[in-house]
Design a protein around this ligand. Structure first.
Ligand SMILES: Cc1cc2nc3c(=O)[nH]c(=O)nc-3n(C[C@H](O)[C@H](O)[C@H](O)COP(=O)(O)OP(=O)(O)OC[C@H]3O[C@@H](n4cnc5c(N)ncnc54)[C@H](O)[C@@H]3O)c2cc1C
Ligand code: FES
Length: 509
């Protein structure tokens, strides 16, 4: 079984790009080469703008490689909930934007000739064990009001011997191999004259005329800057309190070819299960996700894949051994829609996209379309809906709940460590150790060597937690994540966990 690596990462040959080796000026600088950054770069370059994309890893090394690749206009928070917060017109615009994103991906695939297993297919929303049919009735009515008039009810989803019970059918959804799609997008950016720099970490972003992105000793300047790092690295307080980080987990196992239909499916649970089929040469791969929890706040993260497997085997006894198990993080906006547009409290030429949720592939594509229009000063009907400065008063209860949960995380400064001594830490595992006033994140590698870092998150000072399933240090406050030796893999933190000898660590202690 392959752990911590998705089937996509194992089956795509990604193009390589050089690191930045001098100063560059372009019309638009884009930080982040995931689906949001590359979609924006592609559409701007094809509209005649010069663009430079910076990524601090290889191409598409972020959450887009961890996705399950559902492209959907089914809203995972339900249209009746979106309607409550954004009104009927907001729900209608949201539905139209996700449908348009699927169509735009389809069009890019056709036009650029991208071989990425793209398929149009149906999606089935079925009831979780503890849910009742009223949920389906409410959602069917809300989906119709939102303009998705082809959504219909069915007796069951066509999943072989497993009876899902009643469900809603969403026609014209999509799926693809996300990394093959991003490889094709990157080539399209290059063909349109855009430049891509990998292994080029953006240290600092300054709005202004021009905007400046600092990358080590070099600068990239532009008339506009787009921060598409999944979680913004340039925001401290304007957006982070309006979204919450959640970990979500995935398993994949072979099933005999054509025993299950090529379709998407989701249940109505919270957290919910999501499934799809990916064609392999010798079989179909059944991919199932779920078991979400707030980042850094589960004490049983290591058990999540096992629970998913039990859920899956009860329903799909034909499944072979687990071939892949991985997980990743999504940012859940408290009012259910991504934040795409001008960065609040910043110069007007700095743009941002975040709040992806479980619909980040369509949200990332919507970002490409919307940000291109904003930068080219064209009208776009979705601009107000996705404006990162928005405050929806009706989301106040959710806002208060998530933020008091976040504030509680600072109490970790006062508690003991996970272990009394480093001798209690197994190989390839980590734990927090209290040493006097200090909290240390200690990782024991597979050879037995110890690696110590400050456990204080460099973003706003919460104490990180060990995630035994993904082997990462996760921050429970705003979702920064670090690999076992402390290097940052998810913002908003933009630097590693401090060395235990550093002045920052001593000051924090
Ligand atoms: C398990 C899982 C399943 C999912 N399933 C689905 C699904 O079925 N459908 C769906 O629509 N969505 C799904 N999502 C969500 C979706 O995959 C993501 O929201 C989406 O891929 C995020 O794209 P992005 O471009 O915003 O971010 P990313 O892909 O993370 O790209 C951001 C890039 O920014 C780079 N970066 C960060 N900081 C810096 C810096 N300082 N300097 C330079 N570069 C930097 C990173 O290296 C990274 O490459 C899922 C997510 C997970 C984790
Ligand atoms: S992510 Fe904000 S304090 Fe860690």
């Amino acid at each position: 079984m392959t752990r911590h690596r998705s089937v996509w990462a194992a089956t795509a040959a990604m193009p390589e790009f050089p690191a930045l080796d001098g100063n560059v000026h372009v019309d638009v600088v884009i930080i982040g080469a995931g689906i949001a950054g590359l979609s924006t770069a592609c559409l701007l370059a094809q509209a005649g703008r010069s663009v430079a994309v910076l990524d601090d890893g290889p191409l598409a090394d972020g959450m887009t490689q961890m996705t399950t690749g559902h492209l959907t206009s089914m809203h995972d928070d339900r249209y009746f909930e979106v309607e409550k917060l954004h009104g009927p017109e907001g729900a209608r615009l949201a539905a139209a934007s996700h449908a348009a994103a699927i169509e735009r991906i389809h069009e890019i695939v056709r036009r650029e000739g991208i071989d990425c297993d793209f398929a149009r297919l149906e999606g089935f929303l079925f009831l979780a064990e503890d849910d009742g049919e009223a949920t389906l009735d409410r959602e069917l009515a809300a989906a119709h009001r939102a303009g998705l008039t082809a959504v219909r009810r069915a007796e069951r989803a066509p999943f072989g011997t497993w009876s899902t019970g009643p469900c809603l059918v969403f026609p014209d959804q999509g799926q693809f191999h996300p990394l093959k799609y991003l490889a094709g997008l990157a080539r399209a950016v290059e063909r349109a004259g855009g430049r891509i720099y990998c292994n080029s970490h953006a240290d600092h972003v300054e709005g202004g005329v021009p905007g400046v992105v600092h990358v080590g000793s070099h600068v990239v300047t532009g008339d506009a800057i787009v921060v598409a790092t999944n979680v913004p690295i340039n925001d401290r307080l304007a957006i982070h309190p309006k979204q919450a980080p959640y970990m979500t987990y995935v398993i994949a196992a072979k099933v005999p070819r054509a025993t299950l239909p090529k379709a998407l499916a989701w249940d109505t649970g919270d957290p919910y299960h999501y499934l799809r089929i990916h064609p392999l040469e010798d079989a179909d791969l059944l991919i199932i996700g779920g078991e979400d929890h707030k980042t850094g706040q589960a004490h049983d993260a290591g058990e999540r894949h096992a629970r998913l497997e039990r859920w899956a085997r009860e329903r799909f006894p034909m499944m072979g051994p687990i071939e892949f198990a991985w997980g990743g993080q999504v940012m859940e906006p408290m009012d259910y829609l991504a934040f795409i547009g001008r960065n609040p409290m910043d110069h007007e030429n700095v743009f941002v996209v975040t709040g992806d949720s479980g619909m980040g592939l369509t949200h990332g594509t919507i970002a490409g379309m919307l940000l291109t229009d904003l930068i080219l000063e064209r009208e776009n009907p979705w601009a107000t809906l996705y404006d990162p400065s928005r405050v929806r008063v009706r989301a106040a209860a959710e806002f208060a709940r998530e933020n008091s949960n976040m504030a509680l995380q600072y109490a970790d400064w006062l508690t003991g460590g996970d272990v009394e001594s480093v001798n209690d830490i197994a190989r390839d595992s980590g734990a927090i150790l209290r040493r006097g006033l200090e909290k240390i994140a200690v990782y024991r590698d597979a050879q037995g060597a110890l690696h110590e870092r400050s456990a204080v998150c460099p973003h706003l000072g919460c104490i990180v937690k060990w995630n035994g399933s993904e082997k990462t240090w996760d921050c429970p406050c705003h979702g920064s994540r670090f690999e076992p030796k402390g290097n940052v893999i998810n913002g908003p933190a933009n630097k590693p966990l401090a060395s235990v000898e550093s002045p920052e660590h001593k000051r924090a202690a």
